[in-house]
Design a protein around this ligand. Structure first.
Ligand SMILES: C[S@@+](CC[C@H](N)C(=O)[O-])C[C@H]1O[C@@H](n2cnc3c(N)ncnc32)[C@H](O)[C@@H]1O
Length: 251
């Protein structure tokens, strides 16, 4: 197919009925890359293997899907803390819908980026990252994510909680969880989330830690090591395409 025809085909595929067709009939695991790029979401076909095995990497949607699948039979909700523009959150909602996993999915974020808590992260050192500043990751809106979820028809049982974790998580205090994706960068944020979610994890439930051993964000290691100190759980490694991640699985 020449490139003009290819472009026309791509534009047609982005019309709303085609998007609904993809959601309802084509597994996200086999969506073509341009579809993920057009919707600004992470999908497996967009993952390029890294040259060496490393934890210095962004989130990997194959790892997220694999862990969600492994705990889908357990009781409890699912959550992501650190949603930003929804690149992993929308894919998680899509995966749950396509695999008929009837669970509440909570997405927690200030949607205004980092507050002053980023200053104590900066004081811990770590390598440079352009987002390490007050207001880092503020170019987002929960309305835009909600609109995309609605357009794709994957918004049932999916909830966005806007605000800083210390203020929003108490609203979930009576719930339990089988999967939590922490992608929130800062020591303070990890500490708040781990202290909240660890006691609410069902046995076998998982907390995936996006920034463990990731050089720009040393606060993640500090918070995780402090919270796990004296607990029976040890960190577990998981790897895909040389992306190395760590998670906690509740005993
Ligand atoms: C790395 S981004 C998340 C990336 C996202 N998972 C993705 O797939 O693109 C980190 C997010 O964590 C949020 N965040 C960090 N600490 C927070 C806190 N204490 N309360 C609320 N949001 C927080 C930031 O606002 C930012 O949107």
């Amino acid at each position: 197919m020449n490139s003009t025809l290819k472009n026309i085909a791509r534009r047609l595929l982005l019309f709303e009925p085609c998007q609904k067709y993809f959601v309802n009939h084509v597994s996200v695991e086999s969506w073509p890359g341009f579809y993920g790029r057009a919707l600004s979401i992470k999908i497996p076909s967009l993952i390029k293997p890294l040259p060496v095995r490393t934890a210095e990497c962004g989130s990997n949607i194959k790892i997220i899907f694999k862990l969600i699948k492994s705990v889908a039979h357990l009781p409890g909700d699912m959550a992501e803390c650190g949603v930003y523009q929804g690149a992993t959150f929308v894919s998680e909602a899509l995966y749950l819908k396509q695999h008929k996993i009837s669970k509440a999915l909570w997405g927690c974020d200030s949607f205004e980026g980092f507050d002053e808590a980023v200053l104590s992260e900066i004081a811990l050192g770590g390598s440079h990252d352009q987002h390490k500043k007050i207001g880092g990751f503020s170019e987002t809106s929960p309305e835009a994510i909600q609109e995309l979820l609605g357009r794709l028809g994957i918004d049932d049982r999916v909830h966005l909680l806007k605000g800083y974790f210390k203020d929003t998580l108490p609203r979930l205090k009576d719930r339990s969880f089988c999967f939590v994706h922490l992608d929130c960068d800062l020591y303070d944020s990890y500490k708040t989330c781990l202290n909240f979610f660890y006691p609410r994890l069902v046995p076998g439930g998982i907390i995936l830690l996006d920034e463990y051993n990731d050089p720009p964000w040393p606060g993640c290691n500090k918070a995780v090591d402090e919270v796990l100190n004296g607990k029976p759980e040890k960190l577990i490694e998981i790897e895909s395409d040389n992306y190395l991640k760590y998670y906690i699985q509740r005993i």
